[in-house]
Ligand binder design. Structure first.
Ligand SMILES: Cc1ncc(COP(=O)(O)O)c(C=O)c1O
Length: 342
């Protein structure tokens, strides 16, 4: 049974593929507990939007750049249609380069650099320093998704200095950093060689609205902007982003909340012999040779988690209100794990 299912369960390239799971495991879509993403399941509550945002063309100067400046603390900003839009375009702005990319990590980075004809070297987090002299570009994710590894500012500045000296780039994907802003490199942005990406999809739980931000020196931002279609961040998206980034009360409350939930998740996993090797406020990551077995056993009970094959590991996200009262979801996960003989 496991072997048969193994053929197909590798296919979701991203978490959140509930329709696939519903079909695969013959459990109705709305009965699943979805822990397969690293998105905040109780994201910023989107209010009624202004009538104009739907009817007029999106305008720079509508306040989004100003609010972004206040939230992120730097002016060197370009709003994009999800950080994914920048991930896809950045590789087209360099001549053929040797690009080191952290692995395991969000797979779209490697796909984009490879697709644009660069030589991609997949690097373990522990090997980055050793390989830096051979690289033109280093792409890291801080904190890393899915492993939760973090890189300190001193280390990052050191890599950036080395790369910049030979016209190289340090690209830091900070999609999961909002709960730990002290790790961010944004305060250094503006000079050549440092590119930082941020997303509204994770902490704010607004993955559907497709808004992200690129931070870099002005020339690079101008080049990137030229590559983008006009109005690529649509009017409603700009308005939602503007309001979410300005809502400090929600941000404070959410940051505390998520940390507590993620710690609770780690406790449940530990209680069943799944010791997380890392995590963030939005997910826990467990390397285990039983990853396939646990994936299937949970899926058969209507709980979807994210499986990684190399190394064999599982990523557990947080349950949302929509999955039942939070307490019910925790109990459901606890009961389901108890049934698995680990
Ligand atoms: C580490 C990381 N960066 C970037 C993205 C892209 O996010 P978005 O395009 O929604 O900003 C993802 C999506 O899962 C991610 O995991």
């Amino acid at each position: 049974l496991l072997d048969n299912q193994h053929l197909s369960f590798e296919h979701p390239a991203h978490g959140g593929n509930l329709r696939w799971a519903a079909e695969q495991f013959n459990i109705p879509y709305n009965e699943w507990l979805d822990l397969s993403t690293g998105l905040n399941p109780n994201g910023w509550p989107v209010p009624q939007l202004s009538p104009e945002c739907w009817s007029i063309l999106p305008q720079e100067g509508d306040g989004l750049e100003d609010v972004a400046h206040r939230y992120y603390g730097t002016n060197y900003v370009l709003p994009v249609a999800g950080s994914q839009a920048a991930i896809s375009k950045l590789p087209t702005l360099r001549k053929a380069s040797r690009v080191g990319i952290i692995t395991p990590g969000y797979a779209e980075h490697a796909r984009a650099w490879q697709g644009a004809g660069h030589e991609v070297v997949a690097l373990d987090a522990n090997d980055l320093d050793k390989h830096l002299p051979e690289l033109d570009v280093l792409v890291i994710i801080n904190p890393n998704n899915p492993t939760g590894e973090i890189f300190n500012n001193e280390q990052l500045q050191n890599w950036w200095t080395q790369l910049r000296a030979r016209g190289g780039w340090l690209v830091i994907d900070e999609a999961f950093i909002d709960s730990t802003p002290e790790l961010s490199m944004l305060q250094h942005v503006g000079e050549e060689g440092l590119i930082v990406l941020r997303s509204l999809g994770k902490f704010f739980g607004l993955a559907g609205v497709r808004v992200g931000f690129v931070f870099a020196w002005q020339t690079l931002l101008n080049r990137l902007k030229n590559e983008m279609d006009p109005w690529s961040v649509n009017g409603p998206a700009r308005e939602v982003a503007r309001k979410a980034l300005a809502d400090r009360d929600w941000q404070r409350e959410t940051s505390d909340n998520l940390k507590g939930k993620s710690e609770h998740l780690a406790e449940i996993l530990k209680g069943h012999g799944l010791q997380p090797s890392g995590g963030t406020s939005l997910f826990q990551y467990c390397v285990t040779s039983a990853a396939e077995k646990v994936f299937h056993a949970l899926a058969e009970q209507g709980i979807l988690v994210r499986y990684f094959s190399s190394p064999k590991a599982l990523r557990f996200g947080l349950p949302g209100f929509a999955d039942g009262a939070p307490e019910q979801s925790w109990q459901r996960l606890d009961r389901a794990l108890k049934k698995i003989n680990l």
